[in-house]
Design a binder for this molecule. Structure first.
Ligand code: GAR
Length: 198
């Protein structure tokens, strides 16, 4: 049976676009909702242009009330009956109670070779550490931030000329390729990790 996929975004939504565009033909899933915590996220317009239903739950009125924000998020998600939820540049930390409810059904893409560099500023941290390789990871979401089982990684070489911006720019197309490849497998019930090298 075709899987229903909801995608959570906060900003430009380029990973979301890649996922949506991948879900055609014999792909085992279809997009049913793109939801953002930021009503001004550029990705919402991109999703509308791709004819995917969109929604926004602005997190700002819920300052200090993460549970209140998440209950609205959950309401919007449940209304779309997703089988799989993809975090794609969704920049809010989710509580263990929320992630537990989606355990085994929620994926995230993170711009580092996890378990290295959980959290923010991953490109700058890889450079500061003198790493020769950098990359991105798609993983299952668990209660631990950026800590769930790895489902795929893309690896790039770091050169002496690289900056945080150049790493981000070189990595983004690989993020798109990796996330689409992992989602296709995952939706078909296959959790074998995907490895891509530039
Ligand atoms: C991507 O690089 C993604 O890996 C990163 O945000 C960017 C979103 O870009 N996610 C995180 O840092 C999550 N901790 P996009 O909106 O164009 O897909």
């Amino acid at each position: 049976m075709t899987k229903r996929v909801a995608i959570l975004i906060s900003g430009s939504g380029s990973n979301m676009v890649s996922l949506v565009k991948s879900m055609t033909g014999d792909h085992p899933a279809r997009p049913v909702l793109v939801l953002s915590n930021n009503p001004a996220a550029a990705g919402l317009k991109k999703a509308q242009d791709l004819h995917v239903p969109t929604g926004a739950i602005d997190h700002r009125p819920f300052a200090g009330d993460r549970v209140g924000f998440e209950s609205k998020l959950q309401e919007a998600l449940l209304a779309a009956h997703p089988d799989i939820v993809c975090l794609a540049g969704f920049m809010r930390i989710l509580t263990p109670e929320f992630t537990q409810g989606w355990r085994g059904r929620m994926l995230n893409i993170h711009p580092s070779l996890l378990p290295k560099y959980k959290g923010l500023n991953t490109h700058a941290r890889a450079l500061a550490a003198g790493d020769h390789e950098h990359g991105c990871t798609v993983h299952e979401v668990t209660a631990e931030l950026d800590g769930g089982p790895v489902l795929g990684q893309s690896v790039i070489k770091v050169t002496a000329e690289d900056t945080a911006d150049s790493l981000a720019a070189r990595l983004l197309p690989l993020e798109h390729e990796l996330y689409a490849a992992v989602l296709r497998r995952f939706a078909a019930g296959d959790r074998t990790p995907v490895t891509l090298r530039a």
